[in-house]
Design a protein around this ligand. Structure first.
Ligand code: ADP
Length: 243
């Protein structure tokens, strides 16, 4: 479903991803853990070409690209099969919750407005915000805004949703409602790659946890193994700091 082979990315002389190999199955929920600056966000951004990788191969669904000679068409195909949920919800401030969700459908996917509105209302209900369609972001709590962010990603019906620390900008009491929506999405069988420090989410929802440090995958496996019985010293040290 998703396959990365030898993914490399440098910023100037700093090599941030040093050859990442990764396979994610359809419907799998993968949590990426790792210290700050280890390359987690860069990995997600390379996956949908928000950053251009320097080398390697990316396969998502039926699209396979070689990063060092990729066409505009291929980048668009990869972008169409992914959706991203950002740390700071990134909603359009001058659009309502409903319009924020509709935007991608109407502009990028060319879905007729009426149909886009119907789909968007259904998805708003799914994230528990059926009554907030007409609210502007400033009228919503951080947790509600992030749920709109997730709804916007869901509306695009992507092959995979990439979550980049979706709860780290939230007040602690708002984290639960966002994780609850993510849990629901996971249970519906969507493929998810989630960068998060929320160990409870990793423990309860992830199929696999990947620990990244210094731009390489240090170890990976089932949550119970990686979180509670890691083999590698670097993983042990990191978990000691955050648990
Ligand atoms: P993480 O998500 O694990 O905290 P990042 O992927 O954000 O790590 O960053 C990894 C390294 O790459 C950091 O040292 C960061 O400063 C650097 N970096 C990230 N994005 C850029 C960029 N656009 N330009 C230059 N350096 C960057």
């Amino acid at each position: 479903m998703i396959k990365l082979k030898g993914l490399h990315k440098a910023f100037g002389r700093q090599e941030v991803l040093k050859g990442i190999d990764l396979k994610v199955e359809k419907g799998e929920v993968v949590v990426i853990l790792g210290p700050s600056g280890s390359g987690k966000t860069t990995l997600l951004r390379c996956l949908n070409f928000l950053e251009q990788p320097d080398d390697g191969e990316i396969t998502i669904g039926s699209t396979r690209v070689h990063c060092n000679h990729v066409s505009r068409q291929e980048i668009l195909a990869i972008r169409r099969s992914t959706a991203m949920v950002f740390q700071l919800y990134n909603l359009f401030k001058n659009k309502t919750a409903l319009e924020n969700i509709m935007e991608g459908l109407v502009i990028a996917r060319k879905v007729p407005r009426e149909q886009a509105e119907q789909t968007s209302r259904q998805i708003l209900a799914k994230v528990g915000l059926a009554d907030k369609g007409d609210a502007y972001p400033s009228q919503l709590s951080g947790g509600q805004q992030q749920r709109v962010g997730i709804a916007r990603a869901l509306a695009l019906n992507p092959e995979v949703i990439l979550f980049d620390e979706p709860t780290s900008a939230l007040d602690p009491e708002l984290v639960g409602e966002v994780l609850g929506v993510m849990k629901k999405v996971a249970q519906e069988g969507l493929t998810m790659i989630v960068v998060t420090h929320e160990i409870s989410f990793a423990r309860d929802i992830a199929d696999r946890v990947i620990f990244i440090d210094g731009g390489v995958i240090v170890e990976q496996g089932p949550p119970a193994e990686i979180l509670f019985h890691p083999r590698e010293e670097r993983t042990k040290q990191f978990l000691k700091r955050i648990l």
